[in-house]
Design a binder for this molecule. Structure first.
Ligand code: SF4
Length: 331
């Protein structure tokens, strides 16, 4: 049975946060001076609970894509054992596995991830300048991240996307550097509009819309629009090169009418929209209790989806919302 909301949107894509901690302090996500309270004192879903949840999603709810996020998912202890567990489900059910990662702990795991059936990698990289990388993230992992991206490309994953959050006067002068650097690679570079989250000091003066970004790139490269992958980004080919670029316009031009995503936080709460408050009840208590049937869990997930709104509130309203910490949501 399909997972549908009140607006008849089928949800076949679930993003699951494996951990609500990150090893970087990116200024737009997890600034070190953040006031947001992370729920790291609550226990997170165990690998066994996650396995049960994923099995229910792909077997009973026709979910076709699972993406693991964080925090930074690859810093969770024994994470490769978890991917090995999940790989057994891949043999029985038709779904894809992706990971969104900051790339800092990716390099030595790439071979294993490929072996365990991970097909899609989204890797964050906001700058091509090492000094600026340290200023944005608070840490010196530039070389590890860039090397991991290069190896991921050479291993031939089904999809490699490099994600850059674009902030005025921070990295908006680098758009064409990204295009130049990656233009001969068969990957996608996605430029993401800066979004308001609790503690990230979002304000309109730091915001650059996707149209402004595109205009800047077109001063140097010609772009040909192509059908977008998943409707989340507006995608283009660059000149005659292999590179695709995409713009994620969550703020200036939302794509909520085609939303197919559901999020599960690391502690097992359902967030039916990136910007909504999570459900008060955690799936954890259900998943850990063998006397609770899979049908009951299916009903719980379906019910949680019924309160989903049609589209997210305006950027100014979002900027004052509490409980919207990017790191505990999983992006
Ligand atoms: S803002 Fe919410 S409703 Fe809109 S696309 Fe994102 S998750 Fe879906």
């Amino acid at each position: 049975m399909k997972l549908k909301d009140n607006f008849n949107r089928t949800h076949d894509y679930v993003r699951i946060s494996l951990i609500d901690k990150c090893n970087l302090n990116c200024i737009y996500c997890n600034p070190s001076n953040t006031l947001a309270k992370l729920e790291s004192n609550k226990s997170i879903l165990s690998y066994e609970e996650l396995y049960r949840l994923i099995k229910i999603l792909v077997r009973d709810l026709e979910v076709k894509k699972i993406r693991f996020t964080g925090g930074e998912p690859l810093i969770r202890k024994d994470v490769m054992k978890f991917f090995e567990m999940i790989s057994s489900l891949k043999k029985q059910y038709d779904f894809e596995i992706g990971i969104t990662t900051n790339g800092t702990h990716l390099l030595d795991k790439l071979d294993g991830l490929k072996k365990f059936g991970v097909e899609r990698l989204n890797i964050s990289l906001d700058t091509l300048n090492k000094t600026k990388f340290i200023a944005i993230t608070g840490k010196d992992f530039f070389d590890d991240t860039v090397t991991a991206i290069q190896k991921a490309i050479s291993l031939g994953f089904k999809s490699v996307k490099v994600n850059a959050v674009v902030i005025k006067n921070i990295n908006d002068d680098e758009l064409n550097n990204f295009v130049e650097y990656f233009k001969s690679y068969p990957i996608t570079v996605r430029f993401i509009e800066y979004m308001p989250f609790t503690g990230n000091q979002w304000d309109g003066s730091k915001f650059l819309s996707w149209r402004e970004m595109k205009y800047q790139i077109e001063e140097k490269f010609s772009l040909t629009e192509i059908e977008s992958d998943g409707k989340v980004s507006k995608d283009f080919f660059v000149d005659e090169e292999q590179l695709k670029i995409g713009f994620i316009s969550s703020i200036s031009d939302h794509f909520c009418d085609s939303c197919n995503r559901l999020r599960i936080t690391a502690t097992g709460q359902i967030k039916n929209c990136l910007f909504s408050n999570p459900s008060e009840v955690s799936l954890k208590s259900l998943l850990s209790d063998e006397s609770i049937s899979d049908e009951t869990i299916v009903e719980f997930i379906q019910k949680s989806l019924q309160s989903k709104w049609m589209k997210h509130p305006s950027a100014d309203e979002l900027a004052v919302l509490n409980q919207n910490n990017m790191m505990s949501i999983g992006g």
